[in-house]
Write a protein that binds this ligand. Structure first.
Ligand code: ADP
Ligand code: MG
Length: 544
């Protein structure tokens, strides 16, 4: 501090109203709504002078609604400024509404002079007590000097944890009281709310419950809107192909016209879901308390909320994720990435890159069935599969024919051959034929280590400890982790072994870009991607 400041400033006085205004400004409060009168007019003037926008309203209730909507829309609380007694009472409706909505709000109420308390002062009313029921924090600063830290605490409380309303009572005698400027210490703007993340084990459990769901449903509430979680939730919906239902104010987090939006069949969606993920929505009357007959009695709820006390209300959840929705959604997306792929993830990424006019050849059991539902055809005679006779082993022959016909009649057209690992085995040596004639076919082997399903390497090894494979290996098993891509590499084509989404995307991009030679992408998926019960004891053992 400079010397001149020291000298003159010690005499300089500042009013309570000015201190309050500056404290609000320091906390980055930008909007104030209210109705002026004794004793708060000076507060409105001081705030406006500091650049806080002031909107004069006609009823305190409406002013409070307005201030709370600013809080929801901007993530920083608006202020509602009201006079003592009836002014404050009128504001209670707005405070209650904000607090029930979990929206940040600061209400500042003028109140009667401290020296007349209990004497029947003008508009005397127990305002701090009255507000307690409608707020997270309700207080009167003990002095003008205390105002900056109280304002900081109120703003911070309004946005930290579950957002809500905070009340600050300003006695009339504070407003014009002059204090020495040097006695006031302004408090730096509070930090943005800390971002809390859910427990890793809960994140993984949630991913597994969603993965095993037959009829999952995502409910998107206004908590998700407030959290700005739109990008992550959209990714989750699209990557996992999850249907979603917005609550009234959850609408628009993902556009209503998104193909996965089931709002038109709300009752059915709620009633038949077996797993419901709640993104910032409470199981209150709006969602029929999460109870039958509107829901399955055994529906599994996965609850994501920033408020621990909310978790478990009305229904016992299968998984609780305590944390910020935006952060938790990212955790879920990350955990999904580290999990092995399943058929749906594979075909989702394949579909993304397939040229519209490509020839799709497909065979296998699950590979062909699930592929048929996800991979799109836009043109006739552009799909060849196991056909009327349900023949396995047709794929490579069909692909070779398609590639030769394409070369003659449709130059540039790509041939994609999507094979299960078992189906590939029936004619795998035709890869040599493909390479000999240099047909730029893209061969995808969706590898689950078996026919219908297989087992993983560790279980295979565990099994061999109990005896010979001919005695113990489930008949549908093939050698786990077989490197089929090396068959292609052996004859000069490009071979890729992929285990993650990124590797799949990258190898597909390269294969489709290369028209000079064939490629084979060996795509490892979860061996029991389609599997429910565990029939073999070593599988159960190794999973323990
Ligand atoms: P709706 O009316 O849309 O169903 P609710 O108001 O019932 O939504 O629920 C909103 C929920 O969102 C509240 O329980 C609140 O605690 C929670 N919430 C608010 N902000 C966040 C956030 N950033 N992260 C997680 N949960 C949040
Ligand atoms: Mg298979």
């Amino acid at each position: 501090m400079s010397e001149s400041n020291f000298g003159d400033a010690s005499e300089e006085q500042v009013s309570g109203a000015a201190v309050l205004a500056r404290a609000l400004k320091a906390q980055d409060v930008q909007y104030m709504f209210g109705i002026v009168g004794i004793p708060v007019t000076e507060i409105a003037i001081a705030a406006q002078q500091l650049g806080i926008r002031y909107v004069g309203m006609r009823n305190e209730q409406a002013a409070c609604y307005a201030a709370s909507a600013v809080g929801y829309l901007t993530g920083r609380p608006g202020v509602c400024l009201v006079v003592s007694g009836p002014g404050l009472v009128h504001a209670l409706g707005g405070m209650a509404n904000a607090n029930m909505n979990c929206w940040p709000l600061i209400v500042i109420g003028g109140s009667s002079e401290r020296c007349q308390e209990t004497m029947g002062a003008f508009q005397e009313f127990p305002q701090v007590e009255a507000c307690r029921l409608y707020s997270k924090f309700s207080v009167r600063p003990s002095s003008i000097e205390a105002i900056p830290s109280i304002i900081e605490k109120a703003v911070r409380s309004s946005i930290y944890g579950r957002p809500g309303a905070c009340y600050i009572d300003i006695p009339a005698d504070f407003v014009n009281l002059q204090v020495n400027v040097n006695s006031i210490k302004y408090v730096e703007c509070c930090m943005p709310p800390p971002i809390s993340m859910a427990e890793t084990s809960a994140v993984q459990m949630a991913a597994s419950v969603i993965r095993n769901a037959k009829r999952p449903l995502l409910i998107i509430g206004k908590g998700a809107a407030y959290a700005h979680a739109e990008e992550g939730i959209r990714k989750l919906v699209e990557q996992c192909k999850l249907p979603f239902l917005p609550t009234p104010m959850g609408k628009g987090v993902i556009p209503d016209n998104h193909p996965n939006c089931v709002a038109a069949a709300r009752s059915r969606a709620l009633q038949f879901a077996d797993v419901i993920v709640l993104f910032g929505a409470r199981l209150n009357w709006i969602l029929h308390f999460g109870l039958p007959p509107r829901y399955q009695p055994d529906v599994k709820f996965i609850q994501i909320d920033i408020c621990a006390e909310e978790l478990g209300n009305n229904v016992r959840p299968a998984v609780t994720l305590l944390g910020d929705i935006n952060a938790v959604t990212k955790q879920e997306l990350a955990s999904k990435k580290s999990l092995p792929m399943n058929y749906y993830t594979v075909f989702y990424h394949v579909q993304e890159q397939l040229p519209r006019d490509c020839m799709v050849v497909s065979e296998g059991a699950n590979t062909m069935d699930i592929g048929r539902t996800v991979l799109q055809n836009y043109l006739p005679r552009h799909r060849l599969d196991a056909g009327t006779f349900g023949t396995m082993g047709v794929g490579l022959g069909f692909a070779i024919a398609a590639a030769i016909v394409a070369k003659d009649r449709n130059p540039g057209q790509r041939v994609i051959c999507v094979e299960g690992d078992s189906a590939f085995g029936f004619s795998g040596m035709e890869v040599e034929t493909i390479c000999r004639y240099n047909l730029p076919i893209v061969l995808l082997v969706v590898n689950n280590n078996g026919i219908y399903q297989g087992i993983d390497t560790d279980s295979w090894k565990e099994m061999l400890k109990f005896g010979d494979a001919t005695a113990l290996a489930p008949p549908m098993c093939l050698l786990p982790n077989a490197h089929y891509e090396q068959v292609m590499a052996a004859f000069g084509g490009s071979g890729y072994f992929v285990q993650t989404r990124e590797e799949l995307q990258e190898s597909l991009r390269k294969s489709l870009a290369d028209t000079t030679k064939p490629s084979l992408i060996n795509i490892m998926i979860e061996p029991q991607s389609m599997r429910k019960a565990q029939d073999f004891h070593w599988l159960t053992r190794s999973n323990m």
